[in-house]
Design a protein around this ligand. Structure first.
Ligand code: ME8
Length: 499
């Protein structure tokens, strides 16, 4: 039986509310999950919230509530945001759930049984905002960013990461595509080659966390706890059969947490006797005014603000099409309006309404069949191939560009043949049938990005059934529009926006 496609986002801290950076990763994972469903795979898409640690404990204290109440409130903000953005997750994990405590404790026991956990006294500089020990060289920069550094002296359990240096290098060599894009893989490799330090995985200074199973004076370090969510949700420690089926999975994440995911996490898994993830897809930052969004800089943009103006699909399209996965990207409101107007209002939306209008006038509102020898057939075939390859390398922007190449060519065909001026007849029917078939294929290809708009365009060209039940490549072969269906004009799918 084929392995399920198990894909995850980072679990977000509940000390903060969701902004477009969080939405970016979740949206990309959602579109990828939807694409793999179209491929006919069984998909399990996981997201969730990271609820332990000093940062969350402090946020709760500042707001005069118990940490669990605080976590409940903020987790709900994430759930609401994902609902707003049409995120099709299958499971939402919260690290304060029982299933997770069981899994973290089983994981710790497994690492300990392997001789990889040791008690030591440690004194060091600690950044609360980053929940990490830092070096002296890093202090000035952190303070400039408003991230205070304190001195922490603790008796801690350590994870013996240094033992895994060679195994990690071997794993990277044997799996050249596991971490992508290549620039991020090189960054992780560079870090490993510098030499790995054992790291502290427990705290006695706080109590908001999962107790170390053999020593309840300590709670588990929030990062050790958080990473384990990916195996918890697969069933580790609670459902062996599910775990066997789902693990190893694949992760999507931002470059800020590359080290934790691409170095610590594979080593932790090796220690506990599990396979590392199959893929780690790392993207850059979404910058606002040239800077990463942060609470202290007040440059947060909440997804709801943009959804009000652009609609859910307008929001989704922008981040998938205009912010390529991998490099940093600057968010620009003007750029978002320009892309929306060009691709959604003028190209996609306008093509649909134009075709529906002409079909109304020249074909009594009944969509004709496409031609097998249409000039658009090879265009669509090439676009499907490009889209498949693009999603395969997690490049939604390229996949959408491929879909839009069909729209551009269809518009050119209409401009060249001007069916609105011609007499009704086979010529006009042929061109309009081709245009509808192009719209049908585009709807399937663009469905992962703009699910509601494509479902609506599917309906308007007279097709029944759920577009999400289509399969790639079977249902995107040229010539499947049956003809004889009534085509509806309707209001603009994407009304033009003014700056
Ligand atoms: O780090 N641009 O949670 P977090 C792009 N709890 N992506 C961004 C972004 C930006 N400006 N800002 C945030 C944590 N992100 C841990 C994760 S996982 C086991 C634990 C996205 O709430 C991006 O995916 O700080 C980044 O990696 C993540 O949010 C960090 O979210």
């Amino acid at each position: 039986m084929a392995r399920p496609f198990y894909v995850t986002t980072p679990i977000y801290y509940v000390n903060d509310v969701p902004h477009i950076g969080h939405a970016y990763t979740t949206l990309t994972a959602d579109a990828l999950a939807r694409w793999h469903r179209l491929l006919g795979e069984e998909v399990i898409f996981l997201t969730g919230t990271d609820e332990h640690g000093l940062k969350v404990q402090r946020a709760a204290e500042e707001n005069n509530v118990a940490p669990q109440d605080w976590a409940d409130r903020t987790a709900q903000r994430y759930i609401d945001t994902w609902e707003l953005l049409d995120i099709s997750y299958d499971d939402f994990i919260r690290t304060t759930e029982d299933r997770h405590r069981v899994s973290v404790q089983a994981f710790l026991e497994a690492c300990k049984a392997n001789g990889d956990i040791e008690l030591r006294t440690y004194e060091g500089l600690y950044s609360v905002a980053d929940e990490a020990y830092v070096t002296e060289e890093e202090v000035a920069e952190l303070e400039r960013l408003g991230r205070p550094v304190i001195t922490m002296r603790e008796e801690n359990y350590f994870f013996l990461l240094s033992k895994y240096e060679q195994q990690l290098l071997d794993w990277y060599e044997a799996n050249p595509h596991a971490v992508s894009p290549p620039s991020k893989r090189n960054e992780a490799l560079g870090f490993i080659r510098q030499g790995l330090q054992d790291f502290s995985i427990s705290r006695t200074s706080i109590d908001w966390g999962v107790p170390i199973p053999w020593d309840d004076r300590h709670v588990t370090y929030v990062w050790f706890d958080a990473l384990i969510n990916y195996v918890t949700a697969a069933g580790y420690g609670t459902d062996d059969e599910s775990f066997e089926r789902l693990w190893p999975g694949r992760h999507m994440l931002g470059k800020d947490i590359l080290r934790f995911h691409c170095v610590f996490w594979p080593a932790m898994l090796m220690s506990a006797g599990m396979d590392p993830p199959t893929n780690l897809n790392v993207h850059g930052y979404l910058l606002v005014g040239g800077e990463k969004m942060s609470k202290t800089r007040l440059n947060h943009i909440a997804p709801a603000e943009l959804v009000d103006e652009f609609g859910v699909d307008g929001f989704r399209y922008h981040f998938l099409r205009d912010q390529p996965f991998g490099p940093d990207g600057e968010f620009s409101y003007e750029g978002m309006v320009a892309r929306y107007n060009a691709d959604l209002a003028n190209n996609f939306g306008n093509l649909l309404s134009r075709v529906a209008t002409v079909v109304g006038k020249k074909c009594d509102g009944v969509g004709p069949r496409p031609r097998q020898d249409s000039p658009l057939a090879p265009v669509a075939e090439a676009a499907v191939q490009r889209a498949i390859e693009a999603w395969d390398k997690v490049a939604p922007s390229e996949a959408l560009d491929a879909a839009w190449s069909i729209i551009r060519e269809t518009n050119s065909l209409l401009e060249a043949t001007e069916p609105w001026k011609a007499e009704p007849g086979p010529e006009v029917d042929g061109v309009l049938g081709d245009a509808i078939e192009a719209l049908r294929i585009v709807a399937v290809l663009a469905h992962p990005a703009i699910p509601a708009a494509t479902a609506e365009s599917w309906r308007r060209i007279g097709l029944s059934g759920d577009i999400a039940d289509c399969r790639v490549p079977t249902d995107v072969r040229w010539g499947l529009y049956p003809g004889g269906l009534s085509v509806e004009k309707g209001t603009p799918l994407f009304p033009r926006l003014k700056l």
